[in-house]
Design a protein around this ligand. Structure first.
Ligand code: ZN
Length: 323
């Protein structure tokens, strides 16, 4: 066998091994089951549609903090789950004042084939990304802002992107990136990739907390998970739905034990305090809560129980009121 032939032969074997390894990997990460991907509910005059970006396995032993593995296991078991949970990634579309307003934007290509399905969920309800007028971002983490861009293409070219000033100041600042710990570095890079182009195009706007931003919608400051984490409160005709972003990631654990935090929390202590305050308020007042990582559609009510809370999912309704 001459040297040239040996080289070709070796290259062919390596190429075959790479193909086999890709095929095995693809098998493990096969496409998700086809589910409806949307769920609609009326809040006063406004129509809210929960939209699924998909789901992703999360490993609670690795992600959750301020809790033992044993406690994670026992709390998960109470919900008939394990420490490998399947987390939803939800976004919400509000029709308000003739506008189409999206709350958070999904993940696009960043987290594999089980996520990135927000555009298909929109398509199922007959809405194209070009029709979206405004996007309200709860915070700049790429399971909420990844879907703003697909590669170098703006997914929502006609939308104004609303983000709180503390959030843009933190994630798009070179100074804060330099001072941030290693565990947060990936989020800075992804913030530049996914929000940066909209900033450069002058499409990102900040807002005043506590003042109506769009008809019926008011942003509320809830720093902790990130410095500019924001709730959006939708109110109409005495009804209210609070969009709470990442106030909760692992429902089976953080509802009964809301002091449990997650490695992504920029300020874990403040994140836990915000969660407890928000859950107490929602349980006391009885308004709707819409949470990006609670099992799709992520819409329900909270009730206090012992030192924690229980989640009552929206009643399936074809009449639109969920009662
Ligand atoms: Zn998130």
């Amino acid at each position: 066998m001459n040297v040239h032939f040996q080289l070709i032969w070796r290259t062919a074997i390596i190429a075959a091994l790479i193909t086999i390894s890709h095929a095995l990997h693809a098998q493990q990460l096969k496409a998700p089951l086809e589910q409806a991907g949307y769920y609609r509910i009326q809040v006063g005059d406004y129509e809210v549609t929960a939209l699924s970006d998909g789901t992703v396995p999360i490993h609670l032993h690795e992600l959750l903090t301020n809790v033992s593995d044993k406690e994670i296991d026992s709390l998960s078991a109470l919900s008939f789950q394990t420490a490998t949970a399947e987390a939803s990634v939800n976004a919400y579309l509000i029709r308000t004042g003739g506008k189409l307003v999206l709350i958070d934007a999904g993940t696009a290509e960043l987290y594999g084939p089980t996520l990135g399905h927000l555009p298909e969920s929109l398509q199922k309800i007959g809405v194209s990304p070009e029709q979206i007028d405004a996007i309200l971002i709860t915070h700049i983490h790429t399971d909420h802002t990844g879907g703003l861009m697909l590669g170098d293409k703006m997914m929502f070219p006609n939308a104004t992107i609303y983000i709180s000033r503390p959030e843009t100041d933190f994630w798009l600042s070179e100074t804060s990136r330099k001072h941030a710990p290693e565990r947060l570095q990936k989020w800075f890079k992804e913030a530049a990739d996914k929000v940066g182009p909209y900033m450069a195009a002058g499409k990102v706007k900040n807002f005043e907390y506590g003042q109506e931003l769009l008809p019926g919608i008011t942003p509320l400051a809830t720093p902790g998970h990130t410095p500019g984490h924001t709730f959006y409160s939708l109110e109409s005709k005495g009804e209210r739905m609070l969009f709470v972003g990442d106030i909760i990631h692992a429902a089976a654990v953080q509802l009964p034990s809301p002091s449990v935090t997650i490695t992504f929390d920029v300020d874990p202590g403040a994140a836990a305090a915000q969660r407890i305050k928000a859950f107490k308020d929602a349980a006391a007042k009885g308004y709707w809560v819409a949470a990006d990582h609670v099992s799709f559609p992520g819409v329900g009510h909270l009730r206090a129980q012992g030192n924690g809370f229980i989640w009552i999912p929206v009643n399936y309704s074809t009449l639109g009121n969920g009662q």
